[in-house]
Design a protein around this ligand. Structure first.
Ligand code: GLA
Length: 417
């Protein structure tokens, strides 16, 4: 007998606030100053493009991390999570250096550290209790949900006021990124934090990562009404163990930077735009690749350049209601990540394959890869059946049982109580 695949339901605002508040009071013996929440994300398309100044297209999930928080008079940071309510971690922000905090505490403590490094001295120590329904380590940005909820909470209690506007939130996004890159040592390029802080319900966030752009002109909200088109976006967390994630991710970034240097461009976006503008794009791409010294680098660059183009094509296809084409682009993105960027694992490839055979318009891995989740665009009402087919095939192949969830384009980080 095959087991029924589990769907992870989002916790409501009410439940999240109640659970985080209770955990806070039980742990710290006082009431929190408030409760804030930030979502995980799925990236629809545009993978491994953010650190190449490219385009990506995330939606915020209804699955969020809630933080009940209270500022302290001193510089201590005490943290607890519902995953391990008996384990309270304590760190001092005074004298803290990069990589100075171990384990998951590096994420929230890192945000306060980053804000202080950026000159916001009003950010003090704090006590915080976390409750989350964003599955951990599944490529759905549980870490951004944690850093962004913390950033919004600290902004609020320190009276910085950045959380109130989209442009202001970029300061908090930068602090969240610094926390992840420099305190937790988990390399990230901005996609996840922008998604968690800037997405709006019913829309995908078209994010342009060129560094010369500002918050005022680097995003556009693209209508993404799946239900209105009779569709669902199924997410399947493969639960494949992450393999060498950090080292591999950093390696991909380094290869892209080396390639840009060899091509004499600031970043690979410049080359992507030149190819897109050429009369004969195929020939222009071949010319770029021909200037690179080895096959691995040519494959990585081919992924980045073609992926940036696929984001534009996907936005157009979805807007005109061409779902077959949108699905084809999902498939092409996955195949490029599998063959050229080489960041998939067997679980991701099998899940995508089964989804396609079960009638998905298209399916692809989402996030950094090396484990994590896939997304599949399916007709409304078919998610369960497709998820079950994937679970059955995983059982046959001896993989971990996968978990599923329904992705609906949801809201960004907010104060909940
Ligand atoms: C991870 C990183 C993001 C992005 C994706 C790949 O999620 O945190 O910045 O690079 O991988 O698109």
């Amino acid at each position: 007998m095959m087991t029924t695949v589990q769907f992870i339901e989002p916790i409501s605002s009410r439940e999240g606030v109640a659970q985080a508040s209770v955990l806070f009071v039980d742990t710290f013996g006082k009431a929190p100053a408030g409760v804030w929440a930030a979502p995980g994300r799925v990236n629809l398309i545009g993978e491994h493009t953010d650190y190449n100044a490219g385009l990506c297209l995330p939606i915020a999930l209804p699955h969020r991390t809630f933080v009940a928080l209270r500022p302290r008079e001193d510089s201590m940071v005490r943290l607890v999570s519902s995953m391990n309510p008996d384990d309270v971690t304590t760190n001092d922000l005074a004298g803290l250096r990069a990589r100075g905090v171990e384990g998951w505490s590096a994420y929230p403590a890192g945000v306060a550290w980053a804000l202080r490094q950026a000159g916001y001295d009003g950010v003090q120590g704090f006590d915080a209790a976390f409750v989350s329904c964003v599955p951990l380590g599944s490529g759905l940005s549980s870490s951004a949900a944690m850093t962004c909820s913390t950033a919004l909470a600290l902004d609020d209690v320190a009276g910085l006021g950045f959380g109130a506007s989209d442009a202001g939130r970029v300061t908090l996004i930068n602090a969240a990124m610094t926390a992840e890159n420099d305190m937790a040592g988990a390399s990230t390029g901005g996609l996840d934090q922008n998604a968690s802080m800037r997405c709006t319900p019913g829309h995908a966030l078209l994010l342009d990562c060129r560094p010369e752009l500002t918050a005022l002109n680097n995003v556009s909200q693209q209508p993404f009404d799946l239900a209105g088109r009779g569709l669902e976006l199924l997410v399947v967390d493969t639960q494949a163990p992450h393999q060498l994630n950090d080292g591999q991710y950093a390696q991909r970034r380094t290869t892209c930077e080396q390639a840009a240097r060899i091509l004499g461009v600031r970043n690979l976006r410049v080359s992507a735009d030149a190819v897109a503008a050429a009369q004969d794009q195929r020939q222009a791409l071949a010319a770029v690749l021909g200037a690179l010294p080895d096959e691995t680098m040519r494959k990585r660059v081919r992924h980045v350049i073609t992926e940036i183009d696929r984001v534009r094509q996907f936005v157009d296809a979805f807007a005109r209601g061409d779902i077959a084409e949108a699905g084809r682009l999902f498939n092409a993105s996955h195949d490029s990540l599998a063959k050229d960027y080489e960041v998939t694992v067997p679980e991701l490839d099998v899940a995508v394959d089964v989804a396609r055979h079960r009638g998905a318009y298209g399916a692809r891995m989402t996030g950094g890869g090396f484990g994590g989740s896939i997304i599949a665009l399916v007709d409304a009402g078919r998610s369960r059946e497709v998820a079950q087919a994937i679970a059955d095939e995983f059982a046959r192949q001896g993989f971990h049982a996968p978990r599923a969830l329904a992705a609906v384009a949801s809201a960004s980080a907010s104060k909940e109580a």
